[in-house]
Design a protein around this ligand. Structure first.
Ligand SMILES: CC(C)(COP(=O)(O)OP(=O)(O)OC[C@H]1O[C@@H](n2cnc3c(N)ncnc32)[C@H](O)[C@@H]1OP(=O)(O)O)[C@@H](O)C(=O)NCCC(=O)NCCS
Length: 165
């Protein structure tokens, strides 16, 4: 593992909070650098309807507060969705991706318990094929066939989070 630079992980405030817009823009900046500039996905597909209501997480270097990672969580009927996980290329293999996924999992568990759920809660991700092994480390298992999303093959990966942990 590379040396881990000092950093902070922020939960972007919910819709309606005046601090949300500026922090969410920083999440968008990381996503655009990774998905649009690096990977070539279309810019017009990057920001979508889920962004309005989703819970966003932002990872920044300290003390500069430079944004280097992000992830997004949305609640759907009966499951949560993990999406837009991105770490800037020069900061990969520092465990930032892991930190973002685990922060999302903690959030899902708190949110699910608050709504009275018990047992297990499913979290779904549309994984790019090269990222399947990453998700597998966090309990995600492939379901169904590969499918096309925004011009690239993806795989539905699903984790069942225990609410009793
Ligand atoms: C996928 C991504 C978020 C991983 O972030 P990262 O910060 O480099 O990952 P971490 O350092 O936290 O890695 C955690 C573990 O996963 C492993 N890992 C990282 N990327 C992996 C990959 N693509 N496949 C398999 N394992 C991977 C690491 O080796 C590490 O393993 P260890 O715990 O045994 O040491 C990052 O590579 C990225 O942003 N890629 C481009 C965007 C992308 O593809 N996003 C996912 C869209 S579905």
């Amino acid at each position: 593992m590379a040396t881990v630079p000092p950093h902070e992980l922020l939960l972007v405030p919910a819709a309606g909070d005046p601090a949300r817009a500026a922090l969410r823009e920083q999440c968008y900046a990381v996503r655009i650098a990774v998905f649009v500039t690096e990977q070539g996905f279309p810019l017009d597909a990057e920001i979508d309807d889920l962004d309005e209501t989703a819970t966003h997480f932002l990872l920044r270097l300290l003390p500069s507060r430079t944004p280097v990672g992000t992830i997004r969580c949305s609640r759907h009927g009966g499951y949560y969705k993990l999406s837009r996980l991105a770490v800037l290329k020069e900061y990969r293999q520092c465990r930032f991706g892991r930190e973002l996924v685990l922060a999302l999992h903690d959030f899902v568990k708190r949110d699910a318990r608050r709504t009275g759920a018990a047992g297990f809660v499913p979290v779904k991700s549309h994984s790019q094929i090269p990222a399947k092994g990453f998700y597998a480390k966090f309990g995600y298992q492939p379901q169904g066939e590969e499918f096309d999303e925004d011009g690239a093959p993806h795989q539905l990966m699903v984790a069942q989070l225990s609410l009793s942990d």
